[in-house]
Design a protein around this ligand. Structure first.
Ligand SMILES: C[S@@+](CC[C@H](N)C(=O)[O-])C[C@H]1O[C@@H](n2cnc3c(N)ncnc32)[C@H](O)[C@@H]1O
Length: 418
């Protein structure tokens, strides 16, 4: 047993701790930027296969105080490397720093690599080589102000890469963030959760994550992991095949319907192809339609979306055909911030969306991820929740609105496009 570390996006720690407990049956300890959980090789493999929220599953090798790169080298020399890698295999060292006194993180990575190679040269007479793309042993070094921890990265490629995305569009969410939105909403794809609709689906990330939940498909079912090539995991590979077999056995017909769409045909086409690769094409109803005209597929349900916003979407990235489902025509230049039809201001567009929902979606709850800090004001609706989340470097809020019918200010007529 060791203390596995699972990093995650800021704000997601509590959701990840709950998820880890659900997957492993063990209590996880929250810290800034991730969670710790006691586990063995089987547990690390299971978390890689099943966690929707973790960025990686890291296996600690050594930790201790350091002042410079030489002390990092000395620290890394204390790891029994021949247990982890042979001279015929490859490695990569990634470094992440927080208030570190080091001037060059590249040099720190080089010193860790030297420690591994020197150790192998002494014990086996030859050294492994570096492969930055698909190493057998990816290492992850975290350096703080005075303390360093070196991990074996059992995931390899970050876990948001589920293995199904080829078509991205302009501003796709990371799969882990889409999963965090669903987790924050408590939507787990069970029959009791009701239908889910993303009317601005882009490449389909939210709908695909939701449909995989609804079908019991493990997020890691379609990809491989670095631990499959790591020496200490070799004796555990039969258990890995068993975990994969069990996961396949849990796949079922969707417990609840998922609907998605976009004003741009190009995006619904991308999303449909992504869903196909993710094994959930049949579980999602896609439609190319303006969100401001789309009618609800059921009497009640959950709307979940990250609407267009200037920081994440360029004008050419969307259907600019006046919101009538046409293929995108690319306007030259364009405003930095965009609304829903390229006509009104973002305030007008959000207002129009709220008015549409008040008219047709009474009984639904809407969850919107946006960097707009006053979204409730723009929509003339009072949010019932506001969860801080980060979309990459962009600070956002996940807003919950409970939609009730009513004239109110949201019924102001929609401004016409110039
Ligand atoms: C920020 S992106 C969504 C990204 C998506 N969550 C993903 O992971 O790919 C916003 C999307 O809203 C779409 N959109 C813009 N105006 C729309 C409208 N009036 N109706 C429906 N979709 C719209 C854009 O085409 C774009 O794909």
């Amino acid at each position: 047993m060791t203390a596995l570390f699972l990093p995650c996006a800021a704000g997601v720690e509590e959701l990840l701790a709950d998820e880890v407990q659900r997957i492993t049956g063990r209590a996880a300890e929250r810290t800034r930027g991730g969670v710790w959980v006691e586990g063995d090789e089987r547990c690390a493999m299971q978390l890689n296969l099943e966690s929707r929220l973790a960025q990686r599953v890291l296996w600690p090798l050594i930790d201790g105080p350091y002042r410079d790169e030489h002390e990092l080298y000395a620290l890394a020399r204390r790891v029994p490397w021949p247990r982890w890698i042979t001279p015929q295999q490859t490695l990569r060292v990634e470094v992440s720093a927080q208030r570190s006194p080091l001037t060059s993180l590249n040099f720190a990575a080089l010193r860790i690599k030297d420690a591994v190679c020197d150790s192998l040269r002494e014990s086996a007479g030859a050294r492994p080589s570096v492969d930055t793309r698909r190493p057998d042993l990816p290492l992850f070094l975290f350096v703080g102000p005075e303390h360093a921890t070196l991990y074996a990265d059992t995931s390899g490629e970050a876990l948001f890469k589920r293995g199904w995305r080829e078509d991205t569009g302009e501003a796709p969410l990371k799969e882990t963030l889409a999963a965090a939105m669903l987790a924050a909403a408590g939507w787990q794809g069970r029959a009791g959760d009701g239908p889910l609709l993303d009317p601005c689906c882009g490449a389909g990330t939210i709908a695909i994550e939701a449909a995989q939940l609804a079908c019991g498909i493990a997020p890691g079912a379609l990809r491989s992991f670095a631990f499959e090539r790591m020496l200490p995991f070799r004796p555990h590979l039969p258990a890995w095949r068993e975990l994969q077999r069990e996961a396949r056995g849990r796949v079922h017909a969707p417990a609840v319907p998922v609907h998605a769409g976009d004003v741009s045909f190009r995006m619904t086409d991308f999303a449909t192809r992504n869903a196909e690769r993710a094994g959930v094409r049949q579980a999602i109803e896609f439609r190319t339609v303006d969100a401001l005209q789309r009618l609800p597929p059921a009497a009640a349900g959950t709307l979940m979306l990250n609407p267009p916003y200037g920081e994440r979407i360029a004008p050419k990235g969307r259907g600019a055909g006046g919101g009538h489902g046409s293929v995108a025509a690319t306007p030259a230049g364009g405003a930095a911030r965009q609304g829903f039809d390229g006509g009104g201001s973002p305030a007008d567009e959000f207002f129009a969306l709220a008015a549409h929902w008040k008219r047709h979606y009474s009984g639904w709850s809407a969850w919107l991820l946006s960097p707009e800090m006053k979204l409730g004001g723009l929509m003339h609706m009072k949010e019932s929740r506001r969860v801080p989340m980060w979309n990459g470097a962009i600070e956002c809020r996940l807003y919950r609105f409970d939609i009730v019918a009513g004239a109110g200010p949201g019924s102001r007529p929609r401004p016409s496009a110039p």
